[in-house]
Each structure stands twice: as structure tokens, then as C-alpha cells.
Design a protein around this ligand. Sequence first.
Ligand SMILES: *[C@@H]1O[C@H](CO)[C@@H](O)[C@H](O)[C@H]1NC(C)=O
Length: 321
Amino acid sequence: MSGTFKTQLYFLLLSVTALRGHSRYLDVQENEITAEGFFSLLNSELKRELPDEYIYRRPLRCLDMVAVEGQFTFTADRPQLNCAAFFIGQPSDIISVEYDSINIDCRAGDFIKMFDGWVMKGEKFPSALDHPLPLYERYVDYCETGAAQRTVRSSQNVAMIFFRLHHPGSSFTITVRKLPNPFPCNVISQTPEGSFTMVIPQQHRNCSFSIIYPVEIRIGELSLGHLNDIKRSLPGCAGAGDFVELLGGNGVDTSKMFPVADLCYSFNGPAQMKIGCDNTVVRMVSSGKFVNRVTFQYRLLDNKELQKIRGNSVEDLCIST
Ligand SMILES: *[C@@H]1O[C@H](CO)[C@@H](O)[C@H](O)[C@H]1NC(C)=O
């Protein structure tokens, strides 16, 4: 991670805070963490570079962010009732968590629950409309499955565990691995700049690519299989079963975000748009009849651009009141 990026991010967070007149909070149940704290956790994780043959080991904290493979041990020095660790990988990774040794008291109400996605401020990513599994199947509770399921895998590049340990001295150790995902669908980007091609090959499903920064999105190519078959007469995207939408918002649940643009015709780019929200999403809805594909790049907005966007818009969808 470059120094420039860190400076930009710091500057950005300061300016976002100043513009809003209050700071953002991402809370984990009762633990509260500021956006600044959250991003500094993420950045310190991304800075690590590890040789392949070496197993990285470190203690897990009650509120933690893990972006590297390794073995992590949590030891309670006092009752720890509301803890969470967030895991993130590259867009084409899934996360695997293996329970190595567990010394907790399930009967006393201790638990370790893995969630297939992230929960922030009560909002879930991926949303129920985008995730292949029903919500209840996305939680796996160690105290219920026990030794039957020692390894839990996520469906996308993010996952998390919630844990509660009542007794001082209780502990657990997990091994976190990243495995290749040949068909990445839902993604949270680790970085505020990059590029991605999202393909849904004749499947009835939806995919969301989430960038938790205000960014400019540049769409290079959009190919929706229906273009050559159907001459559409309806205005806008009404009734389209296959389309891409750009969303902006301050939470992580895409079903609660604001539509910034709807795209339902194929084109060869570039089309660009600046979105001054905390979270920007490219979401593809697919009927399953066609192969749909969208290619895009994104980069962080600087402070000047952010202020201009905010100055120009009559109502700012992303200012929380
Ligand atoms: C995809 O999202 C749309 C709404 O945007 C919803 O109507 C549809 O049921 C979702 N598809 C799947 C497979 O969940």
C-alpha cells in the first residue's frame, strides 16, 4: 500500500467527517469502531507481505480485521461478550476458516458463529437478493455443529466470525485460508482503485461489487445478451430482466442503497460517473437467459471532486440526516 494512498485516505476521511459535521461509525453489536479505525485496521493488514512457506501466526483481537492467511488465537483475559473479526481476500478469493482448537463453554452461553458475508450497522453484505443461500444458512454456529464441521467456507471474498467467551482463560485458534473462486460474483473491494469484469453466465442470480469508498466508476464495456434479440420499446429499464445498476449509499446492504444509474443496453464504453457516497456498488441482475458481462475501473475521488459533487447536487442522497 503506497504512502500516497494512505495520505489520501486520511485526508479523505477527515474531509468526509468535516463535511458531515460528525464522524461515521461502523458498529459491531455493542463495540463501536470509527471509520478511521476500521480503515487503519484494513490498511495495516494489507501492508503485510508474507513468504509462501511461512505460516503467519498472531493473536486475534476482540475487534479485528484479517486480510492475510494464517493462524489466529483469541484468549479471553476477562469476559468478552461482543467480539467480531472481519475477513477479506482478493475479489477472486473465498475465505475458509478452520477451527483448530476450541476451548470455550457452549453451555455457559459462549459461542463462535461464522457469517457468510459481512454485517455492519445491522446491514448485511451480500444482501438477501444477491446471496445464493437463505439467511439462516449463512450463519454456522460452532456450538451447534461442533466437530461435524471443522471448516467453514464463504461464498465470496468476505466473511466474519462473531464470538462470545464468558470465562477468563477460555480461548480458540482458527486457521484462515484464501481459496480461488473461479466465478466471483459478490465482492467487497479491498482497495479504492482497481478494475473488474463481472460475468454472469446464463444464471438466474444477481452479483454486487462493492467499493467502500467514494469513487469514480468508468464502465469500459457492457454486454447484455438480449440486445440483439429484442428491440425494446419500453422507456428506461422498466421490465428489463437483465440490467446493471450503479448504487450509492452509506450502508452495505445493496437493497437499501440509492440507484444512481440504470443501464439496460449493451455498449462499448467508456461511460463514467462520480459517486460521492461511502459505498459505491456495481450490481448486475441476470434472468438466466443470457450471458451478461460488465467491465469497469474505479478510483478514489479526491477532496476537491467530492466537494464539487456535494456543491452541485440539489439534494445529496448520501448525506445522512
Ligand atoms: C435479483 O434482484 C431482483 C431485484 O433487483 C429480484 O427481483 C430478484 O428476485 C433477484 N434474483 C434472485 C435470483 O434472487
